[in-house]
Structures are given as C-alpha cells and as structure tokens.
Design a protein around this ligand. Structure first.
Ligand SMILES: Cc1ncc(C[n+]2csc(CCOP(=O)(O)OP(=O)(O)O)c2C)c(N)n1
Ligand SMILES: [Mg+2]
Length: 342
C-alpha cells in the first residue's frame, strides 16, 4: 500500500475527495484575504474572518450531505458555507451588501450568510440564537422523517449564552438530529478563554445533557471529518445530538474594527501561526504524494481567478433600493422571499 492510499483509507476518502477538501480550505482563505484588502481599500465596510478556522469547517461539513441537510452558520463560517454549496460570488455579494446578495439582499450585516437554495439559514446577530433555530429545524426533520441533519456553529464565548443550554437540553431529550460545533479559538473578541470558562473544554459540558462531547484539533482536517462523520451517522440513525469542539486559532483580529496587538503579544501571535490548518493540510497531502506541485499550481491559478471574478462581479452589481432596508421587519406587504431581490 502506498502512502497515498494509506492517508485516504484511514478516513475512507479517495484522493479526489482529499484534493477537493484542500481546494476548499485554500479557496476560503483566499476569499477571506481578499475581503481584508477590500476593507482596507475602503470598498467593503466590515470584515469578520474565518482565517484559522477553515480546516475544522471544511473537515466537518464534508461529512454532511449538501442539498439534504441544514446549516445555521455563524459569522466565521465562510469555509463552511462554501463547502455546503455557496459560491465565491455569493460570498462577495454579501460582503458588498448588494441587492442580489442571497443572504439578505444587503439588509443584514456582512457575515450573516444564508441561502434558501442551499438549506442555509441566516443567523441573527445576538450570538448563540442559532442553536435554537437548529434545534427547531432538527425537530421538524424528525417529525417529517426526512433523514435530515441540522448543523450549527458558534464560538466558545457564545457557549455561555442561555440559548445554548435550552437548545442542547431540548435536542438531547428528544434525540434530535442536530450537531453543535463549537469553534474554540481562545478568545471572545479581546477576552481570553480563561475569563470565559472555568474549565478548559466546552465539550465537557455535553455530559450535563447526556450527549457525546468530542474534542478535535481544528488544524487536523481529516480528524475533523472523522468525528463529524460519526456525529452525522449518530444523528441520522436516531442517536441524537453531538457537541463537537474544534480547537482552532484565530489568525486575524476579531473583526476589521479590532486591533488584536492591543491584547495579544507578538510572541503569542507568532506561535499561533503554527496552528494554521492550511500549510498543515498542504504538507500532509504533499507528503502523501497527493498534492503534487503541478496540481497545487493549477489550484492556485483557479482560485486566484475565482476570487478576482467574485470581486469584479460583486462590484458590478446594483446596490439595493434604500427603501428595502426595513423589508421583513414589519408586517407589511413584501416580496415572498427574504433573499436577493432588492
Ligand atoms: C448576545 C450577544 N452578546 C454580545 C455580542 C457581541 N459579540 C459579537 S461576537 C462576540 C464574541 C464571541 O466570541 P466567541 O463565541 O468565542 O466567537 P469567536 O468570535 O471567537 O469566533 C461578542 C461578544 C453579540 N453579538 N451577542
Ligand atoms: Mg472565540
């Protein structure tokens, strides 16, 4: 058996699937980096980033079935929504708050990804409210017997919200097909996790609900895939919810309105670079002989083209009609969908 076969066999994935996952991690990173450039150039108002979280998101979402399952993402979920079917153009339409933005027609804050076509429910700005939405979706799937799984994501700081307790308790009691992913990056804006939690692992709380709590290294894409596959299998077969805690690194400031050098030392920031999932996955696949320099060059060219296309496409699209800003806020006659048309 070659090293190539061995790497794929360990998680039941072929080389093409591994390369598709790598492409997704690299694509999410490239789009994210472009967003920051556009922000600093004054083209887009606000960026909230997924850099450092992509490996966990791609690994976990690769275990789901796009088109069948449901996702309630959070603001760092760029790689997750891309893996679930959203396009780079749609990400950029949301970033530019254009009329044809599928997330909200430019009415939501950037970073609130949604798309009816992909079973992606846009989340609200108060953190952790999405846990309740996911529990409700999972309950509907259970009642209808659709075999769908609802997955939702949040940070470790958000795990202290009351919504999490209510959502997990309800999901556990009713054995709902739900997965809660906690992306633990060690900070809630500038507050370090030791000031958020009196224990090191959010996953330990799962025991209080009688459900499995699993910890995975968020830079280990295939490890994240493996734990998610088990959680999906459990959810689909009536085994109930799982809490997955991915230990990730936040490579950027909290948002484009934050400056993390004010509260993180240069040494800490340099050390965190070693936890970047992108070079780690690249090296893993290259060592296994799956990612050759030729394939990597081809992917880099393709990704650069996609990012350029998404940027110029979004730039060229019309802004929403200002009169549409309060659509769906009040009970008045409005277009039937909450998406694009603006
Ligand atoms: C209920 C509520 N409180 C406060 C905020 C402001 N806020 C937005 S993001 C954030 C930090 C959340 O940290 P964490 O859950 O660890 O997620 P991360 O941003 O680190 O991925 C806070 C406090 C909010 N949006 N909602
Ligand atoms: Mg955090």
């Amino acid at each position: 058996m070659t090293a190539t076969e061995h790497l794929g066999a360990a998680v039941g994935l072929g080389d093409d699937q591994l390369l598709a996952m790598y492409r997704m991690v690299a694509l999410a990173r490239a789009i994210d980096e472009r967003m920051w450039i556009l922000n600093r150039a004054g083209r887009v108002p606000f960026v909230i980033s997924g850099q450092g979280h992509e490996g966990a998101q791609v690994g976990i979402v690769s275990a789901l079935r796009p088109g069948l399952d449901w996702m309630v993402p959070y603001y760092r979920s760029i790689a997750a929504v891309l893996t679930f079917g959203m396009s780079p153009r749609e990400i950029m339409l949301a970033q530019y708050a254009k009329a044809s933005d599928p997330s909200s027609g430019g009415r939501q804050m950037p970073g609130h990804y949604g798309g009816a076509a992909y079973n992606i429910l846009s989340s609200s700005s108060p953190v952790a409210t999405q846990i309740l939405h996911a529990a409700g979706i999972a309950l509907a799937a259970q009642i209808r017997g659709t075999g769908q799984v609802a997955i939702t994501f949040m940070g470790e700081g958000s795990s202290n919200q009351g919504d999490v307790h209510e959502g997990l308790n309800f999901a556990a009691i009713h054995h709902l097909p739900m997965i809660l992913v906690v992306e633990n990056n060690g900070y809630a804006i500038s507050v370090p996790s030791v000031k958020e939690l009196a224990l090191p692992d959010v996953a330990a709380r799962a025991a209080g609900y009688g459900i499995p709590g699993v910890i995975v290294d968020g830079a280990d894409v295939l490890g994240a895939y493996r734990v998610a596959r088990e959680a999906v299998e459990r959810a689909r077969t009536g085994g109930g919810p799982t809490l997955i805690e991915a230990k990730v690194t936040r490579l950027t400031p909290h948002s484009s309105d934050d400056q993390q050098t004010k509260y993180r030392t240069a040494e800490e920031l340099a050390a965190e670079r070693a936890r970047d999932p992108l070079p780690r996955f690249r090296e893993q696949l290259a060592t296994a002989g799956i990612l050759t320099p030729e394939i990597e060059g081809r992917l880099a060219t393709e990704i650069a083209g996609l990012v350029d296309d998404a940027t110029s496409y979004a730039e060229s699209q019309p802004d929403p009609d200002p009169a549409s800003a309060t659509w769906y806020v009040y009970a008045e006659d409005r277009p039937a969908t909450g998406g694009g048309a603006g």
